[in-house]
Design a protein around this ligand. Structure first.
Ligand code: FPP
Length: 253
């Protein structure tokens, strides 16, 4: 089966034929690593890698729409990234606004819905305003859910959930006996989102870096040596192809 899907572009949309990939993961989560090394290899400041990383985000969002992925979660800024030099933090936190300034019209015309997970309130106002605008503008879209993990950390998320659960028990809105993993999930930033089926980490490192620790319990992992700014549609499709070969047993046989 083939479909026609317009490329995202700020100019006129171009139609292309796309072969539908079978057994596509519903939810793909990506740890976008390697921006700094990409820049350093070229004798550029680290922020040049983050800037180039924005173009890679656009390429992979397009590829996800074409492949019919339903949710794409991107680890954009972690709760640990506050340890970086202020100039780098400021630069990274301006990127969502830059990305949306260029690509929001294309995202809207491709039926993409924007969402975030993380401690949103602690972000700078300019980041919050740009992202909230995009969330509001796309809230009735029902195509790809593009989920930015912004000021996200899994341990923070779990502690936040536990505090809310204790509060709801105190207020008699929740009984201890009814608490199970489904209900616990509802208290996480991801609430109604299904768990990732596939996690991709670029940049050669093989660790989770405090990313979706609860949600990745049964996720398939794919580690790529490609640095994020170089990660392209074909690398993404290879990961989907690799996923296709996996037998998911969820602890069964
Ligand atoms: C990790 O690479 C990357 C980040 C902490 C920032 C990720 C941000 C982007 C890819 C751009 C954001 C785009 C949008 C659309 C908001 P690193 O700096 O740790 O790389 P290194 O391991 O090579 O040092």
């Amino acid at each position: 089966m083939s479909r026609k899907i317009p490329f995202f572009t700020t100019k006129k949309n171009k139609e292309i034929d796309v072969e539908r990939v079978d057994n596509v993961p519903n939810h793909v989560a990506i740890i976008m690593d390697g921006n700094g090394r990409w820049a350093q290899k070229r004798g550029l400041p680290r922020i040049a890698g983050h800037k180039e990383g924005v173009s890679a985000v656009n390429k992979i969002v397009k590829a996800a729409v074409k492949a019919d992925v339903k949710i794409l979660t991107l680890y954009t800024f972690s709760t640990e990234n506050w340890k970086r030099p202020k100039s780098e933090i400021d630069f990274i936190l301006r990127l969502p606004k830059e990305f949306l300034h260029i690509y929001l019209p294309g995202l809207i015309s491709n039926n993409v819905r924007i969402n975030t997970i993380g401690d949103f309130d602690a972000l700078p106002d300019h980041t919050k305003e740009a992202v909230q605008y995009a969330v509001d503008k796309t809230k009735s879209n029902d195509g790809l859910l593009l989920n930015f993990a912004l000021n996200y950390g899994s341990r923070l998320e779990i502690i936040h959930a536990v505090k809310k659960i204790i509060h709801d028990i105190d207020e008699s809105k929740l009984s201890i006996d009814s608490l199970d993993d489904k209900q616990f999930s509802q208290y996480l930033f991801t609430t109604d989102l299904s768990d990732p089926d596939l996690l991709i980490r670029t940049g050669g490192e093989k660790r989770l870096s405090n990313f979706m620790l609860w949600q990745l319990a049964y996720t398939e992992f794919c580690f790529s040596d490609v640095l994020w700014p170089d990660f392209n549609e074909s690398n993404f499709l290879n990961a989907l192809e690799d996923y296709k070969q996996r037998k998911r047993r969820y602890g069964g046989i």
